[in-house]
Design a protein around this ligand. Structure first.
Ligand code: PMP
Length: 336
């Protein structure tokens, strides 16, 4: 067989297609902020989300440490995207995956996980202190089966994946012009890894947490106290504890973003810019707009477009769901 030229133009399968996503100037958000807002298009990863990077980093680290034998089984608790990434990286490398997910997550992510061949186990959506919590349950299951537990929350191979790739890519793609960065947290891997890499290149880059209601991290960054209030329809973000991936978090500020603010951003990006994104992207861009306004007209604020909107069509892009939650629905969507 003739091998393809190794010039970067042809990617070698799924693994080689992860990362090196475009950095996109966001016209509507830039107009709102009065400065330049850039979005890292992580929804263009081959598994559809930023979590492909974490999945690849966790599996490669496990292989290097010799804790994932050939043909072995990977167990993980996830809001869905990490599970999809692990299942697909697993398929490409010959591993089985067992994915534990809270039953409240979107039907689209559950369907996708089954399609990827993952063994999907749904558990009640309960807090971390409850032993039935999806992350804790997955740890016990891995131990019982003698399988590899990816443990994305407390395995720092996750944040190191972003430190090696996401952060340097944003720096290089913006030709070192970036002055601000905002990002929400599930495990903390994306925020920690990207912020650490950016600050290493320029310590003056202002890095800020974007936090939804129901998460305890806004108060933690602002005054050192973990305190959660309210709730959010966003999936995959919000955290009630300091995971290992959040230790020594290099951030300067935090923004609390309500669902209606995030949704307004998302709907405008669909209709004004042609970008259909998931809920956490709305939180990230909303925070980037707020940081950009603070930093002034010369600011260049980067953020993460974590996944695409198709994963949430039954929820945040569904007029009936929005009405049930008392959230606004734009006229073009109501009549669609
Ligand atoms: N957005 C989405 C849609 C996610 O699935 C996740 C991961 N759960 C995040 C953001 C947060 O990323 P991280 O785990 O790196 O903090």
């Amino acid at each position: 067989m003739i091998s393809v030229q190794k010039n970067g133009a042809v990617k070698d399968g799924f693994l080689d297609s992860i990362g090196n996503t475009p950095l996109i100037r966001l016209p509507w958000a830039s107009e709102q902020a009065g400065c330049t807002i850039l979005g890292k298009a992580e929804f263009l990863n081959p598994g559809g989300s930023v979590k492909d990077r974490a999945a690849l980093a966790l599996i490669m680290d496990a292989r290097e440490r010799g804790v994932l034998p050939p043909g072995g089984t990977i167990v993980e608790g996830t809001a869905g995207n990490t599970g999809i990434g692990l299942a697909l990286v697993g398929n490409a490398l010959g591993y089985k995956t067992i994915i534990v997910m809270p039953e409240t997550q979107s039907q689209e992510k559950k369907d996708m996980l089954r399609l990827c061949g993952a063994d999907l186990r749904l558990v009640p959506a309960v807090p971390y202190k409850d032993p039935m919590n999806y992350a804790r349950y997955s740890g016990r299951l891995a131990e019982e089966l003698g399988a590899f537990w990816a443990n994305q929350f407390d395995n720092t191979a996750n944040r190191m994946g972003h430190y090696r790739t996401t952060g340097p890519e944003i720096w290089d793609q913006s030709a070192g012009t970036v002055t601000g960065f905002t990002c929400a947290v599930g495990t903390g891997g994306t925020l920690w890894g990207t912020a650490a890499a950016l600050k290493e290149r320029n310590p003056n880059i202002v890095c800020a947490l974007a936090d939804p209601h129901g998460s305890a991290l806004y108060d933690w960054v602002k005054n050192g106290e973990l305190k959660a209030e309210g709730s959010s329809i966003t999936e995959g973000i919000g955290q009630g504890r300091v995971t290992a991936n959040l230790e020594d978090l290099p951030v300067d500020d935090a923004f609390r973003i309500a669902d209606d603010e995030a949704l307004n951003v998302l709907f405008n990006m669909v209709i004004r810019d042609g970008l259909v994104l998931g809920g956490s992207s709305g939180v990230n861009v909303a925070a980037a707009i707020r940081l950009g306004r603070q930093l002034g007209p010369d600011a260049v604020v980067a953020t993460i477009l974590c996944d695409g909107g198709a994963r949430y069509q039954s929820k945040l892009y569904n007029p009936a769901f929005l009405a049930e939650k008392g959230l606004p629905c734009p006229p073009w969507m109501a009549s669609a």
